[in-house]
Design a protein around this ligand. Structure first.
Ligand SMILES: NC(=O)c1ccc[n+]([C@@H]2O[C@H](COP(=O)([O-])OP(=O)(O)OC[C@H]3O[C@@H](n4cnc5c(N)ncnc54)[C@H](OP(=O)(O)O)[C@@H]3O)[C@@H](O)[C@H]2O)c1
Length: 246
């Protein structure tokens, strides 16, 4: 898998899922931008230098998304790969109790902001081609979860969006795909959705491989999808899920 000499922006590098991906990118021979919103401490171990820069941005508007991509491009001279891992749930309540504000927030963070990030990246990639990798979830094509319905709907939107973008961006040699993680034991489950140990184990029991995915497995798939080896893959949703939902 050849991945070197690229300008790579990782949005949501401060996520638990990105831990091994950050390490791999840090050690690689690429120009890397690591984005975070409030969790700066997760990136403290990575010193800034010629090959790495950190970018703070609350992605709450199209202009914030444009600014982040443009700031990265100003530093690196262009963008070859955009990876979007950012995601959130405002309030993990049963869908009958979801408010308009919660619904709008989940759609914004998980669908609308990724759209504007991708839209801006395409603008910069048109001359040289590139890769865009957005994040869905394995549950998106199965109706989402009962306490994460708006989130699931947003992620399903990602799956539609990457197909449309991939079709239109092929003429620019821009490949657009999505990753659909299954179950990874991150603070998303423990702190956001507040699953108990028993619930976590029940969730794991549903997975054919009977375990959560590891961040190394996640990072390996992402690195593959950005590499030359994946140059004929576009418009696809790649599940990293241990057979979840089969
Ligand atoms: N864990 C799983 O099993 C699983 C399964 C399917 C899909 N996913 C998806 O994988 C991605 C990472 O998940 P995770 O479990 O690692 O979650 P996480 O640790 O909670 O990370 C969430 C990421 O999103 C960023 N973010 C949230 N709101 C933001 C905002 N308004 N502006 C900018 N950035 C914002 C966070 O930045 P700060 O922390 O710096 O604020 C953080 O980098 C998400 O898209 C999630 O939906 C995860």
């Amino acid at each position: 898998m050849k991945l070197e000499g690229k300008r790579i922006l990782l949005v949501g590098a401060s996520s638990d899922l990105a831990v091994s991906l950050n390490d791999m990118l840090y050690k690689s021979d690429n120009l890397v931008g690591l984005h975070y919103n409030i969790n700066e401490k997760s990136l403290l171990k990575y010193g800034e230098g010629k090959k790495l820069k950190k970018f703070q941005k609350d992605l709450n508007s199209s202009s914030a998304c444009f600014q982040l991509v443009d700031d990265f491009v100003s530093w690196s001279g262009g963008i070859d790969c955009l990876i979007q891992l950012s995601g959130d749930i405002k309030n993990p309540v049963y869908w009958e109790n979801l408010t308009e504000e919660e619904w709008s927030y989940d759609l914004s963070v998980n669908l609308i902001m990724p759209f504007f990030l991708a839209q801006r990246a395409v603008l910069h990639m048109k001359n040289n081609g590139g890769r865009i990798l957005l994040t869905s979830t394995a549950s998106a094509s199965h109706g989402g979860g009962s306490v994460s319905l708006a989130y699931g709907v947003a992620k399903a939107g990602i799956e539609c969006m990457i197909k449309g973008m991939a079709r239109d961006c092929a003429k620019h040699n821009i490949l657009v795909n999505a990753i659909a993680p299954g179950f990874f034991l991150t603070k998303f489950h423990t702190e956001k959705i507040k699953r108990t140990q028993e619930q976590l184990q029940e969730r794991i029991n549903l997975i054919p491989l009977k375990r959560a995915g590891t961040t190394v497995e996640f990072a390996g798939t992402v690195m593959y999808l950005l590499s030359e080896s994946a140059s004929y893959i576009t418009g696809q949703v790649i599940a990293i899920s241990g057979g979840d939902w089969l």
